[in-house]
Design a protein. Sequence first.
Lengths: 503, 214
Amino acid sequence: VLGVGILMTAGAAWSVGMSSSQSRERRLEVNLLRVTRDLKDVVLAHGALLAAMRSLYLVGSGAPSAEQFARFVAGGRLLEQYPGAQALEFARRSPPDDGLVDRWVVEHIVPVAGNEAVQGVDLSREANRRAAIESACERDRPTATGPVRLVQERGDSPGLVVFGPVYAADVSGAGPADRARACSGVMIVVYRVQDMVAPLRVGESDVELELYDRGPLGAENGAAARPTRTLLFDSNPAVDASRRGPRRSGIEFHGRQWEVVVAAEDEPPGSVAAAVVAGSGLAFTLIVSVLVLRLGTFRRQALARGQLVSAGERDRRSLERDLHDGPQQRLLSVALMLARAKDRLPCGSASADLLSDATDELSQALKELRDLARGLHPAVLADHGLAVAVQGVGARAPLPVEVDVDLPGRFPLSVEGAAYFVVCEAVANAIKHGRASQLWVSVSYARGRLRVEVCDDGIGIVNLGHGTGLRGLADRVEALDGRLRVTSGPGRGTRVRAVLPCG
Amino acid sequence: LRVAVADDSVLVREGLAALLSDAGFEVTGSYGDAGSLLSAMEASQPAVALIDVRMPPTYTDEGLRAAIEIRARWPRVGVLVLSQYVEVHLASRLLSRGAERVGYLLKDRVTDVHEFAMAVRRVGQGGSALDPEVVSQLLASRSGTEAMRRLTHREREVLALMAEGRSNQAIAADLEVSLRAVEKHVTAIFEKLELPASGEDHRRVLAVLAFLRA
């Protein structure tokens, strides 16, 4: 709120120095109001965005210079007003007389590391951005591109780019051709979900966001089957979310009703989280928009992957069962016969020695077969569940392991399998790479989620990605829609946390 | 010694029965599932029931549950549970009513006829037989503790064999030392671990296991 005030002031200062005529200003304002009203329709626009766009106008010739923009941003702390905004760009249409119609140039990018390189890029070369810009101009309304290249190039976090047209004249009632002519540039704002959530966190407190799809607008509330729940963000999966105070807020978007539940720990009154929960925050709205846009694909993918994992787990389980019922039993009966034969021969005879060797060999084969079966899908896991299996991992480890398992019962095979392998791999890692002297394993269940945590007091992993097997683990966990988080640092030990939905 | 055998695999069950007969045991019957073993208990009066953990109908822990039931209903009958894998936690379940007349062994152990027959006999005579793998897991979990560090290497070996349920004579034979030496080690172990001394083998096993599981 404070930032908005500063922004307005900065904008006013520019207007005194740079604007050319009162009437033009008024026209721009009318146009801007329309633009922002539409923007509101899509992303329930925030006052700061209006101020930013207005200020961009007021600096004069369609677009501010890089320096002006930078000063403006620095003075208005613009980025802080856009939770999650990674970059603000202003793309200006090339003057028609330079022969490059439809060529858009990125004039300015708010100084975010790595983004400067994009400056001067010909936007029209990127098909999806060009389409978004054209759509913004022709439809006279801001356009969101959904999964965004710029965002994805910078990391694998989901993101959204909103293109908003900026006109040099009032285009109310004008046709697409006139609007395109009048359009002096496009405002581009890049959002990343994870950054949008960041401001919600108050200090080190834990925040969790959940999105509920409550069905189409106008439908009886609660008449539909139970709302679909999506976990948007959890700053600390290890903490039981029920310990955080939940707050709810409804929102309408894309013709459906959504409810976002924010659970924040130790939240002081008037915090960002509180504001967001009130439903007025831009961040909040954008999180919903981004997620709704992505939800369809996301759900389909997750479903497909989940089924794949379950099938894999079933295959492993049935292979283990086949091993047990088939070769293991048969080999054992052969071993029994050999043992009896050996017993009937005089001790020390050549035949007895030979049989003795054969029995030893067979015992080894049986042991290898048993280990193989354990690697596939440990029988103990299928027969007795996660608690017993995890305690077994602790017992077999060559160093003290404190195991704390608190589970109400059994879980789906795939969930138990993933949780079990997280424990195995994390424990193996701690022993192999971490030089740990003590390990703590905890597995618990709360609110539809299984939480697995393995900590050690070792040297910590220096390079998280390297040869630790954690990547494969993350894949297995993520395939079930869960999340794996590894925190480690020199001398601080390693903490592997996984959260698996199983409700 | 009368022994009943329960294993869902006909090959294994007949093999076991034959092996036990060869070794001088009287096999009272062999059964394919826990239910038929339990219903034959009264009539056949075995001294030891040899039970596979995984049996029909769910192939999970039927055998273990049957063993626990036998211990409750026929406390004079020894149970020796055989399993494709061994887990400390499951051993604890089996031993929850004491270490008398109870055994828990990896199935592969049957290939060493002499050792196996000894384990069956021990269970039938009121003792216990805990798989070396379970014991080594228990020992490993305690290896870093102050009490364990006070033990010499030889004493740790003796401790493991005690936990398996072996008598002093058997330990002496196994380590190829005199009975007198084993007795000295046992006294030292009980002193160092501050365990109450006990003459009977199964009491001794319990004390040792209680210490290891603490």
